[in-house]
Write a new protein. Structure first.
Length: 185
């Protein structure tokens, strides 16, 4: 009992009167508050709120095209094509035919078939792709076009094992596929 009394006396008369003692006491109080807050809050998902993955596909649109206000026209502008150039329908049909490929086609032939129909961005994304990884064999219905602006169209192509979604852009009136998305059906 005498040792406890001496320890308390030493603590109160010497340690807590020094700067170091006060700093240690404050640190104990701060960590005590943090510990109590964690106990009250409980355990949560550590990854909650850290994902930057969107919940729906992102649709890119020409930033200065159209009206993005609440009150606007419900009918999108008709896609414009430069005279003599492929229409969005023709570009989508040709791209899908090239994307599906054929028996015995090499990866180089497959890429060369899509290159004139694709933007440089898409060509770079497909650089390491292999035609053997294409998950479909044939088109089952005609492509459905969803015009967004005069220079941006989405094409939905039903295939035997799912649906292919293409994003087509025409920065200068000539249509190119800019993105490919596969939805298994």
């Amino acid at each position: 009992m005498m040792a406890v009394r001496r320890a308390l006396e030493f603590l109160l008369t010497r340690v807590l009167r020094s700067r170091l003692g006060i700093a240690i006491a404050l640190a104990v109080v701060v960590f005590g508050i943090i510990g109590a807050a964690r106990l009250v809050a409980g355990s949560g998902d550590p990854a909650l709120g850290l994902s930057n993955r969107p919940s729906q596909p992102i649709t890119t649109v020409e930033p200065d095209a159209g009206d993005d206000g609440v009150i606007g026209s419900d009918t999108p502008a008709s896609p414009t094509t430069r005279p003599g150039a492929r229409t969005p329908e023709q570009t989508a049909d040709r791209f899908v035919a090239a994307w599906l490929g054929g028996p015995g086609m090499t990866a180089e032939q497959w890429h060369e078939g899509m290159r004139p129909l694709s933007t440089p961005n898409l060509v770079a994304k497909l650089a390491g792709a292999d035609p053997a990884g294409v998950p479909a064999g044939q088109v089952t219905e005609k492509a459905t076009l969803l015009p967004r602006t005069e220079t941006f169209v989405e094409a939905l192509v039903p295939l035997d094992t799912g649906r292919l979604r293409l994003e087509l852009v025409a920065p200068d009136g000539q249509w190119f596929v800019d993105a490919v998305d596969w939805e298994q059906g």
